[in-house]
Design a protein around this ligand. Structure first.
Ligand code: ADP
Ligand code: MG
Length: 325
């Protein structure tokens, strides 16, 4: 989430004191509804510059395909028409992974929650009131990821269904941006899409990349510091996008009830791929402490730090391995 994690290393255009000078370029842009920070270091400044621009271009390209806010994106067209012929490989990747996490999480991860989010939006923004139980129940009938059909060259939604890739596409983009920079010959880089982070190589050619996990109830404080070299660190939380002043309605929906998930206030997942970590963080946020811990434990290479409403911090057994003492 935006602002949740602050990268500890401030980088400018710094030639560092290594055997070969290393130029570090750090820039931000806005994409996928958040601030994207990319840092890349290379032996020559021009390569570092080009790598950062290529990472930004990849974010823009993926946003133009996958955003549900745009009518012309593939997701926009699919939502409007209920079917889409000739989907891109990128959309298919995201749908396949979404269905996989739908099944793994017992339905907690469900990209067809979009009509519920639109109901919240309409109720609070236009009608200036909460949705009624009846409205939620009626809308919930359209939610079920198992009605999505991934056919040969065509995708079909069930009647009245709409999807959102907001819980997964940022992780996908973080992985892709990093891979593009690696293919250009950059070994040291960090991508941070509003707190969804993955890094490779070393910071300033010398030390591990570090991120501080901010305390969700006190922005001046942090909970821990995580080494994120060759690791994705992603967080889902309820504490920024509320629809109502009572903080009951926020953007992560429990697809079984049609209401926002409330047991946890924050879920941080670490692991090799940002794509999986993103879907997993949202899944665990919905599942809550007990079932969430169990799901993380069943996935090789992934660990989690969960914060419950009473502000207790719970870690999976292997999480501390990635923390600074
Ligand atoms: P953030 O985008 O704030 O970092 P998440 O990764 O948890 O946090 O994504 C939240 C987004 O996921 C929502 O804005 C919505 O688009 C989508 N979403 C909400 N509830 C679910 C759910 N149960 N399953 C899948 N996606 C969801
Ligand atoms: Mg997510």
């Amino acid at each position: 989430m935006r602002n949740l994690i602050l990268a500890l290393l401030a980088c400018g255009l710094i030639p560092t004191a290594c055997t070969a000078p290393l130029y570090t370029v750090a820039r931000s842009t806005e994409s996928m509804g958040t601030v994207v920070n990319v840092t890349a270091a290379a032996g020559n400044e021009e390569l570092a510059e080009r790598a950062v621009e290529a990472a930004f271009a990849e974010f823009r390209r993926l946003d133009a395909l996958l955003s549900h806010y745009s009518d012309s994106s593939e997701v926009g067209r699919l939502n409007r028409e209920g079917r889409l012929a000739g989907p891109s490989a990128e959309l298919q990747d995201n749908l396949r992974k979404s269905l996989e996490y739908g099944a793994l999480s017992g339905g907690a991860f469900d990209i067809t929650v979009q009509p519920i989010l639109e109901l919240y939006d309409r109720s609070f923004r236009e009608l200036k009131r909460a949705p009624t139980d009846e409205e939620v129940r009626r809308t919930l009938r359209r939610v079920d990821y198992r009605r999505i059909q991934l056919g040969e060259g065509v995708i079909r939604l069930g009647p009245g269904q709409k999807i959102t890739l907001g819980g997964i596409a940022k992780g996908y983009a973080v992985d892709r941006a990093l891979e593009i920079m690696r293919a250009m010959g950059v070994r040291d880089a960090l991508v941070d899409a509003g707190g969804d982070i993955r890094a490779m190589g070393r910071a300033e050619g010398r030390r591990d990349w570090l991120v501080a996990l901010r305390n969700p109830r006190d922005p001046r404080d942090f909970i821990t510091r995580i080494r994120c070299t060759d690791l994705a660190v992603l967080t889902s939380g309820d504490y920024e996008r509320y629809y109502d002043p009572d903080r009951k309605f926020h953007h992560i929906i429990n697809p079984l009830t049609g209401y926002s998930a409330t047991e946890l206030i924050s879920v941080t997942i670490v692991g090799p791929a940002a794509f999986d970590a993103d879907a997993l963080a949202t899944s665990v946020f919905v599942l809550g402490l007990e079932k969430g811990m169990k799901l993380i434990g069943s996935l090789k290479g992934y660990e989690g730090l969960l914060i419950t409403h009473d502000r207790r911090i719970h870690r999976t057994a292997g999480f501390t391995r990635y923390e600074l003492p």
